[in-house]
Ligand binder design. Structure first.
Ligand SMILES: Cc1ncc(COP(=O)(O)O)c(C=O)c1O
Length: 485
């Protein structure tokens, strides 16, 4: 019998051991310093609006009107009053445009019960149909003779994270079941595999070749896992990459598809940064797959791109070639639906923003020009900020950064850390001295013997221009200060 007054309960060991570096010890220390009054620049997470990225006017206008449809009528009345008796302080543009009002009305009708009711577990039908159309258009299915997306195989999810968890929970059936993930990786994957009680099987894209990977790298990792008795079920690919920012070329994508086909694996394609490509082209796994019968789970999200609506937690999971379930008449779609049903549905604001993400304003609409301008400004700004940070690396001793810039991150290699110092020590010291909060490379996994950090290049340019010279000064002092003679 316990005499302690504090209750003690045994918990799920997998959750106890799970790690998530982007909200780990360094960001926690940053929050502590901030509470003490120190100015902190949070570059530890791809959370654009937290760093001042504006929301898209079009999205927010529609979202707010659909949340409160009584305002649609009111807007129309105000507009009419203004037209009948113009007021000099107001211009036509101060009113919400008719196309936004019409669309909001149309969406309100399609939601039937409004935004406060549970939806179908998979999400609103009209949104899943719009996503399928978006995918077909993005991948030029008609022109290229590709395979059309099926709205019945699309699930609206709580961010892309919700979809990833569904798939990983389904795949890990036994403690020996494993999933291949790229190293470095976004810790959602390592954490979800850990939580599901499976085995993380690492494969290593080649940093010095701009994070590309060859078939050898995939075979080597699979063989090693199999020799250890791991039953590998799937492979995760993040394109563009987090934390590397690397953008996969067609060759690497085809290698993965062929590899998965030959080894009976499913592919989990994390494509949340598909709009964050600053030079070059995004090729989706769905497009590259064509009519090959390899199971594919593709993820997209409203959190990234130029939309940056992380807090609204929206995204989708598209399934192609869903596998049959062993020992049952069911297939993966049935079980994904079962999982979605247990959570009832993903939140409606996230669903609506996903709808808007896949249905931008028509070219001849009033909102189009402003929409395109805002989108261009955000993406141009991101590209510029990445370039400023990269230029700073050139002035830091022993820092190299590989690959084209993609996503929202740079992942420089720190080649000259003093003996005995890790990238964690470096990031902590950088935070304490300059207020810049980054994440140590070890939080994402990295090749043994290397050190990195990840920086999200999201803060406003003046903030970056202020902190970068201090970082350069800190860096060059740090790498030279602990020398053992
Ligand atoms: C590669 C990758 N996948 C998924 C996510 C999760 O995104 P969401 O906000 O849609 O859950 C992130 C978030 O940073 C990410 O970087």
């Amino acid at each position: 019998m316990t005499t302690s007054s504090e209750p003690i309960i045994q918990v799920n060991q997998n959750i106890l051991e799970m790690e998530y570096a982007v909200r780990g010890p360094i960001p926690q220390r940053a929050a502590e310093l901030q509470r003490e009054g120190k100015p902190i620049i949070f570059c530890n997470i791809g959370n654009p609006q937290a760093l001042g990225q504006p929301s898209m006017t079009y999205y927010r206008q529609v979202l707010s009107l659909v949340e409160d449809p009584s305002k649609i009528q009111r807007e129309r009345q105000l507009k009419q009053l203004f037209e009948e008796s113009p007021v000099s302080e107001l211009k036509d543009d101060d009113f919400i445009s008719d196309d936004v009002l019409d669309l909001s009305e149309q969406i309100t009708r399609m939601t039937k019960n409004g935004t406060g009711a549970y939806t179908e577990s998979k999400g609103f039908d009209f949104i899943r149909e719009a996503i399928a159309e978006f995918i077909d258009k993005r991948d030029d299915v008609e022109g290229s003779g590709g395979v059309k997306s099926d709205p019945e195989k699309i699930f609206l999810t709580t961010g892309a994270s919700g979809g990833v968890k569904y798939v990983i929970d389904l795949l890990i059936a036994d403690p020996n079941d494993g999933i291949m993930i790229p190293i470095p990786q976004y810790p959602l994957y390592s954490a979800s595999i850990k939580k599901a009680g499976g085995v993380q099987v690492d494969y290593y894209p080649d940093e010095d070749s701009d994070w590309t990977f060859s078939r050898d790298v995939l075979d080597e990792s699979l063989d090693k896992a199999r020799q250890q008795g791991v039953m590998v079920k799937g492979i995760v690919v993040i394109n563009p990459g987090n934390p590397t920012g690397a953008v996969l070329n067609r060759n690497s994508i085809d290698e993965v598809i062929q590899f998965a086909k030959e080894n009976g694996l499913v592919i989990i394609a994390d494509e949340v940064y598909q709009e964050n490509i600053y030079n070059g082209e995004f090729i989706s796994f769905a497009k590259a797959l064509g009519d090959l019968k390899v199971p594919l789970f593709s993820l997209h999200s409203i959190s990234k791109g130029f939309y940056g609506e992380c807090g609204h937690r929206g995204g989708y999971l598209e399934v192609r070639n869903p596998p049959k379930v062993q020992g049952s008449d069911l297939d993966f779609l049935d079980l994904l639906l079962k999982q979605a049903s247990v959570s009832l549905c993903s939140n409606t604001a996230g669903q609506l923003l996903t709808y808007l993400m896949v249905s931008p304003p028509e070219e001849d609409s009033h909102s189009y020009v402003q929409f395109v301008q805002e989108k261009k400004n955000i993406l141009r700004d991101l590209r510029k900020k990445a370039a400023i940070v990269r230029e700073a690396f050139a002035q830091m001793e022993g820092v190299e950064c590989f690959g084209e810039t993609g996503a929202m991150y740079l992942f420089p290699r720190l080649n000259k850390l003093p003996e005995g110092k890790t990238d964690f020590d470096y990031c902590l010291a950088l935070l304490e001295e300059t207020g810049l909060c980054t994440v140590n490379g070890s939080g994402f996994g990295q090749k043994a013997g290397t050190n990195h950090l990840r920086i999200a290049f999201l803060p406003p340019t003046p903030l970056l221009e202020d902190v970068l010279p201090r970082w350069i000064e800190f860096h060059n002092r740090y790498v030279n200060s602990y020398r053992t003679e």
